[in-house]
Write a protein of this length. Structure first.
Lengths: 96, 133
């Protein structure tokens, strides 16, 4: 590893980029998972109750709403964590 | 930090990315079976339209600080809900076709949402570096 005077190791910068993007990716996956799950539930309810496409529509909207709620909550938690890091000092990387 | 004329130029790149996603999605619907092609095209069109409305709302909100940004994200969310429902009801999709509609809509939605997140992150980074210098 060449951490020092030789310049940035590309592997370190890739790892750092993944570390920074990780919380946003996880928030996005919460949104995706919620939408996918509730849409599937709506689809199977439609098949069972012969109500197509109303249960699927309701499931999609529910999944979208729940996913957005989780997404916004995750982003807000991330923002407050960054703020706390910036006010408390830290490693000096990407501070607001 | 109101959007200035020099910041308007890179905006075209983001809008072109959203439209490119729409074009790619419309092209990809050609790979689907003929029964669901029509529905998938409506879903792509609705999702891209919702993405453009949402992007415009986020762009307008970004200039008004954190509350404005969240208002923009909220407006985009309601636009997506509305267009999802309108497209599904308007396309008269039932059964498998309705599932294809939802799948196409959410696939395009995920990409356009990622473009929005990338836009917000890049603008935030730019304004932080401008504040620092």
């Amino acid at each position: 590893m060449t951490d020092g005077a030789q310049g940035k190791d590309p592997r370190t910068s890739i790892a750092s980029a993944y570390q920074k993007a990780g919380p946003y990716l996880s928030a996005s996956w919460q949104l995706t998972g919620s939408v996918g799950l509730w849409t599937a539930v709506g689809y199977f309810l439609d098949r069972k109750l012969h109500t197509s496409p109303w249960c699927l529509l309701a499931g999609s909207l529910l999944g979208l709403s729940l996913g957005f709620y989780l997404f916004i909550r995750a982003v807000l938690a991330l923002g407050s964590k960054e703020k706390a890091d910036a006010s408390g000092g830290g490693d000096g990387s990407l501070k607001r | 930090m109101a959007p200035s004329s020099d910041s308007a130029k890179p905006l075209w790149g983001w809008l072109l990315a959203e439209l490119g996603v729409g074009a790619a999605a419309l092209f990809a619907t050609g790979l689907l079976s003929t029964e669901v092609q029509h529905v998938a095209r409506i879903a792509s069109a609705c999702a891209v339209l919702a993405g453009l409305v949402s992007f415009a709302a986020v762009f307008a909100g970004f200039a008004r600080g954190t509350n404005g940004l969240f208002a923009g994200i909220g407006a985009g969310f309601f636009a997506r809900m509305l267009l999802l429902a309108a497209g599904l009801v308007g396309s008269h999709a039932r059964g498998e076709a309705a599932l294809a509609y939802a799948f196409t809509f959410f696939a395009v939605f995920l990409v356009t949402q990622s473009i929005e997140i990338a836009f917000v992150l890049s603008r935030a980074r730019r304004s932080h570096s401008a504040d620092a210098s």
